[in-house]
Design a protein around this ligand. Structure first.
Ligand code: IVH
Length: 680
């Protein structure tokens, strides 16, 4: 029997929507990319031949909208409220003490629901009979601007709700934001291409959503997490706020991580704050506080509103992370790859719980963009754990000194150069500059790269300072005597060093490329190069044009690769290393059907002793698994090394299989001994 075309078409849509949900909402992909692409192409081909079939739920319609030329105003059926702020534990508790008093109950009997306060843009998404109709910003709470064209590009937002019995109408309210990693990537790309950078992820998210052109938003890796509903007409009845969030998750939305329910005692607010303060740095997105809500919807109604904010919810803000200080001086630090980075020396200032006296200035373009001079009063910002940065000049100093890039390397006095079109200035002495030499050798020998176990950082420093190790090639000419005669070393330990050098000689092409420490070519970049070119010879002879064909290798990375392999000193070093016997198996692709862990998500935790973290990750990826950073219900298995902490406890609490390192290695022994050169 011939299946009608629109049934085939609808099946394809359902399939892709389900796969998108697994990938973008559950972080747990269930199909290989190739299969996804094949089905997507099939869908596009049906749509090209039968445009009359196209429906708005089709995944092809996410980026399909034409750029808009003006914003349409949208009146919210239910007002979008704001929140009152609390800046201390006492203020937070007092807020709910007052609520309890209004309700004539004891505060400790109030059930409180706590959620991270996501730092993005408030959005409402209107669904009718399960279909996404429009999305809008909050605006003044009553009237917002329609942003359907950009909101639809966010893949974690369902175009069709995942239920057989959709509500007649539903406004999903939540925060659209940009995860930290996406923000860093966007800004480094902007710097590379000499475009304007964004001040923080919130501005980047707001700028992307208010884009006229949905294609730009689609490239920006935005996220959406709901925190409530507006207008609603449906069969499901709710008595608790937490039930609403559970319902939204069932409909296909992402869940806000780290939500808790507790009784509203002072001590409980105190311990919740501590938990959230610690969780904050681990989260993939910026949060600027915690939102506490009375969980019982009936009590919420009884409490009502004051002005524009509810009397049943409050935002406990984290301490300000921006402050003003004076720029005292700018020093130039020479990194492992020779790049000179300007570092701001500041009058010490207490920001977000720590004293800050240095901030990064990235490069000279950034200094120019900020219009910065020594002596200026500046605003600095500390976001999570990252090095503080200078946001802007607040007032110009009375005596202003310009910031000038030195003409000579501050460490070795060699001339400083700037590659055409690049923001970075670098020391031209390459491997002979002490700031680069020892650091490059440490990088090369590190666990992540050549993994020369017994050649540690202290020993490298000693051997570098006494002139034995000048470059990474000298590692292979080290003699027993070179090491055994050093303080604190003997013949046995010297032999161990030589043995681990020998063992490390059999490696992988990607590992070797990464070990060379080419500027901006880290572990991932090296993998892309190895996967694409397959041999060292092909990489060393690749032209700029060839390199630009490699997915995920940008123009600056490409230029750095060419520059590195054209350098005669580097060529000689690589030749010497290869003559010393460093080798790797050929690059071969692992057939997908031999990946026993396909579709699974594994988590690594604790200290592994027999494999490095990257080796374990690589192995799991070769076996088809995705390696995630945190444990959730979706985790398939956890490998726990020594001193495993909260990830192990979480896994145990969720009843997830936990393997120790030996069990893991035994289970996949055969796969480990196979030539491990595929990079999938
Ligand atoms: S609830 C009536 N929950 O914070 C309550 N808001 O300062 C409405 N926000 O406009 C908001 N995370 O954009 C709520 N978990 C969360 C939130 C959250 C971020 C934003 C939201 C709101 C602003 C108020």
């Amino acid at each position: 029997m011939l299946i009608p075309l629109n049934t085939v078409y609808n099946d394809l849509i359902n399939k892709i929507n389900q796969w998108d949900h697994a990938y973008y909402v559950l972080d747990n992909p269930i199909v290989p990319d190739a299969e996804y692409d094949r089905i997507f192409k099939e869908l596009l081909s049906i749509e090209a031949n039968h445009p009359e079939l196209i429906i708005s739920d089709s995944p092809s319609q996410r980026v399909g909208a034409k750029p808009i030329d003006d914003y349409t105003k949208v009146e919210h059926q239910v007002r979008m409220l704001s929140l009152a702020n609390a800046f201390s534990l006492e203020e937070t508790y007092a807020f709910f003490e007052k609520a309890a008093k209004d309700l004539e109950i004891d505060p400790s009997t109030l059930t409180i629901f706590s959620e991270p306060k996501l730092d993005g843009l408030a959005i409402t998404i209107h669904y009718e009979n399960g279909h996404l109709i429009y999305a809008a910003t909050r605006g003044d709470g009553q009237i917002g601007e329609e942003v359907t064209h950009t909101i639809k590009t966010i893949k974690s937002i369902p175009l069709k709700l995942a239920t057989a019995n959709p509500p007649k109408q539903l406004d999903v309210r939540g925060e659209a934001f940009m995860p930290k990693a996406a923000f860093e990537k966007l800004n480094s790309l902007a710097l590379e291409n000499e475009r304007k950078t964004f001040v923080n992820p919130r501005n980047a998210a707001a700028g992307s959503i208010r884009q006229m052109n949905p294609k730009i938003a689609a490239e920006r890796d935005l996220q959406f997490i709901p925190y409530g509903i507006g207008a609603y007409e449906g069969d499901t009845h709710f008595t608790l706020h937490s039930e609403i969030l559970g319902y939204l998750q069932q409909l296909g939305f992402r869940r806000n991580p780290h939500c808790y329910t507790f009784q509203g005692s002072f001590e409980n607010f105190e311990s919740n704050y501590k938990i959230m303060e610690a969780a904050r740095t681990q989260l993939p997105m910026d949060i600027d506080g915690i939102v506490y809500k009375v969980d019982d919807l009936n009590l919420q109604t009884r409490l009502g509103f004051i002005a524009r904010s509810p009397k049943w919810a409050v935002a406990r803000k984290f301490p300000a992370q921006n402050d003003i200080t004076q720029l005292l001086a700018v020093d130039f630090q020479v990194g492992r790859t020779g790049v000179l980075t300007p570092v701001a020396r500041l009058t010490p200032v207490f920001v977000g719980g720590v004293t800050v006296s240095n901030a990064t200035l990235h490069n000279m373009d950034e200094i120019e963009r900020l219009g910065l001079c020594i002596g200026d009063d500046i605003e600095i910002q500390r976001a999570g754990d990252v090095i503080p940065k200078v946001v802007k000049v607040i007032t110009q100093g009375i005596q202003r000194l310009p910031i000038i890039m030195p003409e000579q390397c501050p460490v070795c006095q060699a001339p400083v150069e700037r590659l055409p079109g690049q923001a970075a200035f670098r020391c031209t002495a390459g491997l002979t500059c002490p700031a680069q030499g020892a650091e490059r050798i440490k990088h090369y020998a590190s666990r992540k790269f050549m993994n020369i176990n017994n050649l540690g950082t202290k020993l490298i420093e000693v051997l570098y300072n006494n002139g034995t190790l000048k470059t990474i090639a000298d590692i292979y000419t080290l003699s027993l005597n070179d090491i055994a005669t050093l303080d604190g070393q003997g013949e046995k330990s010297a032999q161990n060093v030589l043995d681990s050098i020998e063992t490390s000689k059999t490696t992988r092409l990607a590992t070797f490329i990464g070990a060379l420490g080419i500027h901006e070519i880290g572990e991932e970049g090296a993998k892309y190069l190895a996967k694409y070119f397959k041999t060292l010879d092909a990489i060393t002879h690749a032209s700029l044009e060839d390199l630009l064909q490699v997915p995920d290798i940008g123009p600056v990375m490409a230029q750095n690769v060419v520059h590195f392999f054209n350098d005669e000193k580097n060529k000689a070093i690589i030749k010497a290393i290869m003559s010393a016997g460093v080798n790797w198996p050929d690059e071969v692709e692992e057939p997908i059907n031999q990946q026993p862990l396909l579709g699974q998500t594994w988590v690594l935790t604790g200290t592994l002793e027999q494999l490095t973290r990257s080796e374990a990750k690589e192995l799991l990826e070769r076996l088809g698994a995705k390696v995630a950073g945190s444990v959730s219900k979706k985790t398939s298995c956890v490998v726990a090394g020594k001193d495993a902490g909260s990830k192990l406890t979480n896994a145990q609490a969720l009843g997830i299989t936990v393997l120790d390192e030996t069990e893991f290695l035994t289970r996949f022994k055969e796969d480990i001994t196979k030539p491990s050169s595929s990079i999938s």
